[in-house]
Design a protein around this ligand. Structure first.
Ligand code: URA
Length: 433
């Protein structure tokens, strides 16, 4: 078999066989197929697309390119969740302790933030001492004993995807539906969970800017997972403005803890309840959404969800006293108020621009090697639909110095539109697939 012939086949609209896809993925991972040939193949796929069967085969080949985690020794139903990424998306921090306290077992690998989106692993490192680079044996033992364990993605997990994603990133071939679906699902399948709930975002802060693309991606991923024998559900949720009120690592940890205490922002709490309900129903813990919400509310009320987060933090070397006193976490030295330049109604907050302000403050990474400042970020005191009078505080920036705060404030003001008209209402949950 020759890579040249496979590129030619795909370029002219042919369908690659399972053997051809396996040859390509194995060869590329092992370094036998050079980047330039794989780049040509990615561009051919970008223009010709992939059939469902090709997408499934690509996913399975990439999943099998490294370690396939076997969670069989861990008791209970192993649940995983994935978000396609957004701004202010601290969902895992609140959701996972809640569903664990309701009886599902969480053994999850998570990523770090890149670009305008944040990552769970960085947020967890806000707890002094918390280790995300634990060995697989410790990870499995914690999941079995406590019902929850979280670690950073290891280099052995779907290495073909890692290499291919880096290539797509520099050849303008990231935004192809089958390639995104197979990239995400290869890591999820290799992570070994029995059930997977996907939070597919749509809107200005999401990968999929429009609803039809988000639905198509969600359907494709659900089908791949079901074909591989996993229980799957996808929730299409809105990411046209930041989720909740806080953006930035420590700020988001504090907001997630507020939510675990029952005092979270309305939109964020609703998203957590929706995803949590789907997880509990899919895992057979409850039969109906009403029962699920009842269970989730009860683990908030009796404090067991918060205790579960504390168990996770202390089991992995962190100081769990911060879970009960999050106000003790370090603070940025500068607090800078952004005020409304005119009176009216907030019509729009360009979501990825709000994320970029956090990046500018030092709270995110431009390259994978960048160090991040966990203390900085934004608190949106007003959101879309809120009426404001000129001079009202619409956001508070937490910064390392005054000059950066001023620059980020200018950028934030450009991201916000104040109008006389009420904005078109957008649902938080668009669809469940
Ligand atoms: N996230 C991934 O893991 N892969 C993609 O291709 C896009 C987003």
């Amino acid at each position: 078999m020759r890579m040249y012939d496979l590129i030619q086949k795909k370029k002219t609209g042919g369908e690659l066989t399972a053997e051809e896809i396996a040859f390509m993925v194995e060869g590329f991972t092992a370094g036998r197929i050079p980047d330039y040939q794989m780049s040509a193949m990615m561009m051919a796929i970008y223009f010709q697309g992939m059939t469902r069967q090709e997408t499934v085969e690509l996913t399975l080949s990439m999943a099998k390119s490294g370690q396939m985690l076997d969670l069989g020794s861990i008791s209970g139903i192993k649940a995983d969740k994935h978000s396609t990424g957004g701004v202010g998306d601290k969902t895992s921090l609140a959701l996972l302790p809640m569903v664990s306290a309701c009886g599902l077992t969480i053994a999850k690998m998570s990523g770090r933030g890149l670009g305008h989106t944040g990552g769970t692993i960085d947020k967890l490192e806000s707890f002094p001492g918390f280790r995300t680079d634990i060995a697989i044996d410790e990870f499995k033992r914690n999941a079995d004993e406590l019902g929850i364990a979280l670690m950073g993605q290891t280099a052995e997990l779907a290495p073909a995807d890692k290499k291919l994603y880096a290539l797509r990133d520099v050849t303008a071939t990231v935004d192809q539906m089958s390639l995104i679906a197979s990239s995400i699902m290869s890591k999820k399948l290799a992570s070994g969970a029995d059930l997977i709930v996907l939070d597919v975002k749509t809107g200005s802060g999401a990968f999929m800017k429009n609803l039809d693309d988000a639905k198509a991606l969600a359907k494709e991923m659900v089908q791949i997972g079901e074909d591989a024998g996993r229980k799957m559900r996808a929730v299409i949720s809105d990411m046209d403005q930041p989720l909740g009120r806080k953006i930035g690592n420590i700020l988001e940890v504090q907001e997630a803890i507020d939510t675990l205490r029952g005092n979270g922002p309305k939109d964020f709490t609703e998203l957590v309840m929706t995803l949590g309900s789907q997880m509990l129903i899919l895992g057979g813990i409850v039969q109906t959404e009403e029962e699920a919400r009842g269970r989730l509310n009860s683990v908030i009320r009796d404090g067991s969800a918060l205790d579960r987060l504390a168990d996770l933090i202390s089991a992995q070397g962190g100081d769990s006293s911060y879970v009960y006193e999050p106000e003790k976490l370090p603070k940025a030295p500068v607090r800078y108020e952004v005020t409304a330049p005119e009176s009216g109604i907030i019509n729009r907050i360009v979501c990825d621009e709000a994320g970029n302000c956090c990046l500018m403050l030092g709270g995110g990474r431009v390259t994978k090697e960048d160090e991040i400042d966990l203390t900085v970020g934004l608190e949106l005191t007003r959101k879309v639909g809120d009426r404001v009078t000129e001079g009202d505080v619409i956001a508070i920036l937490y910064a390392a110095d005054e000059e950066t705060a001023q620059q980020a404030a200018q950028r934030y003001l450009k991201a916000v539109t104040i109008d006389k008209q009420e904005p078109e209402p957008r649902p938080l949950i668009w669809e469940i697939i």
